[in-house]
Design a protein around this ligand. Structure first.
Ligand code: SF4
Ligand code: SF4
Length: 105
């Protein structure tokens, strides 16, 4: 069934979705981002960058929630994460009040 207005929300849906941006050539391969990622979605690349380091790659993209802990730990600002609210999360839209206001009209 296609999701649309009024469709039931997925109770297993994560609250946030995320994406990570990595500057391969700035990375010096310390591994902090991989070590401290709470969802363990990063892995070292199998290839080297121009400085001779393995850099992080996104191994399990759907697991990234955009928390940006990788960015906070990176000493070289070579990685950061962004997040946004998952529209499939059950509480999404509750705080906007748009649906409730629409019903009142
Ligand atoms: S943003 Fe968070 S979940 Fe995503 S890779 Fe970075 S530390 Fe991991
Ligand atoms: S923390 Fe930064 S420098 Fe270290 S491996 Fe990750 S991206 Fe590279």
């Amino acid at each position: 069934m296609a999701a649309g207005n009024g469709a039931p929300k997925d109770k297993k849906a994560p609250k946030f979705l995320g994406k990570t941006f990595i500057d391969n050539e700035v990375c010096k391969g310390c591994g902090f981002c991989i070590e401290f990622c709470p969802t363990t979605c990063l892995e070292f690349s199998s290839v080297f960058n121009r400085k001779g380091y393995h850099y992080p790659v996104m191994a399990r993209g759907p697991d990234c929630n955009g928390c940006d802990l990788c960015g906070l730990y990176c000493p070289d600002f070579a990685i950061f994460g962004v997040r946004w609210r998952n529209p499939a999360y059950p509480e999404a839209g509750k705080d906007s009040g748009a649906a409730a206001r629409a019903k009142e009209k």
